[in-house]
Write a new protein. Structure first.
Length: 301
């Protein structure tokens, strides 16, 4: 299956989208709920996840308790910081949930969704869907992830995003399974329609730059202010464009084990405070809400 790249998109004449509160800038806050779904010898994998807080020193096949504990921190401590800070500001996020993580701590998944946050499918394991060799296996894992989340939380997810790249047939599967939106896109500042399995599928772009994963990049964030200042710079640009009639959507991504750490969490709180200060100049919404509004004002042709 061949995926055709679209280098033009909307072009210069982009759609003018007015979000429900009158703003031209929508902000999607995403909290990744994936700890416990990463590669781990403990789970029968050949190796432990190597992307994280520290550089692994153990050979393949040896259980790495340090890496496991780095991930465990996100659920044990980071989750509660996020839930408390968001509740204090009455702000809601979309939770990208790995099925295996929810399977291990269904009670925590339920608490997070009961707090008003939207669940979305983030793959069964924290692995790129490009690694699937066939559509049937991928479909099975998407369905079981959706089912595990629905059973644990009482809410059936309608959105999807995988770690890294999706497979050539992922979007066809999402369309066939009735998902409302796909987030595997880094190519625009507005949602857009594509065609998958012969029908329209809405794509909500994501962002890897306004994302706390850059704390783990050699040339990325170091101080919490690096993250919050970067997000503020993005907001300033988009708001300046909004003043000239431009519309946009910005995603800010958080990870429980990364920004959930005490020092980095100062950056999270600064971002939340900035958004609160902006008031109705921005619309902070869950991705399902963004998809529903965009679909209503810009239905597929």
């Amino acid at each position: 299956m061949t995926i055709i790249r679209d280098l033009r998109g909307y072009g210069r004449h982009r759609p003018e989208i007015i979000w429900p509160n009158g703003a031209r800038v929508a902000v999607s806050l995403v909290i990744n709920f994936e700890e416990g779904a990463e590669l781990a010898v403990e789970q029968g994998d050949a190796e432990t996840e190597r992307y994280g807080e520290v550089q692994p020193t153990l050979p393949m096949g040896v259980r790495d308790l340090v890496q496991e504990q780095v991930f465990d921190y996100g659920m044990r401590a980071g989750l509660w910081r996020f839930l408390d800070a968001f509740a204090a500001r009455d702000t809601k996020a979309t939770l990208m949930m790995c099925g295996r993580a929810v399977e291990r701590v269904p009670d925590l998944a339920c608490i997070a969704v009961e707090a008003g946050h939207e669940p979305a499918v983030h793959g069964w394991r924290w692995l790129p869907h490009a690694l699937y060799a066939d559509a049937a296996t991928e479909r099975h894992d998407i369905v079981r992830t959706r089912d595990v989340i629905a059973t644990a939380t009482g809410v059936t997810p309608v959105g999807f995003m995988t770690r890294g790249s999706q497979s050539p047939w992922t979007r066809d599967l999402l369309a066939e399974l009735g998902f409302a939106y796909d987030c595997n896109a880094l190519d625009d500042d507005l949602p857009y329609w594509t065609k998958a399995a012969g029908r329209p599928l809405l794509v909500l772009p994501y962002g890897f730059d306004t994302n706390d994963m850059k704390f783990f990049h050699p040339n990325g964030f170091v101080q919490p202010e690096d993250f919050s200042n970067y997000v503020s710079a993005a907001l300033r640009t988009l708001l300046a464009e909004a003043a000239r009639g431009g519309s946009s959507m910005l995603t800010v991504g958080f990870h429980l084990r990364i920004s959930g750490r005490p020092a980095r969490f100062a950056g999270v709180e600064a971002i939340l405070d900035t958004l609160a200060q902006l008031g109705d100049r921005v619309w902070v919404a869950r991705r399902g809400e963004i998809a529903a509004h965009f679909g209503a004002v810009m239905p597929p042709r």
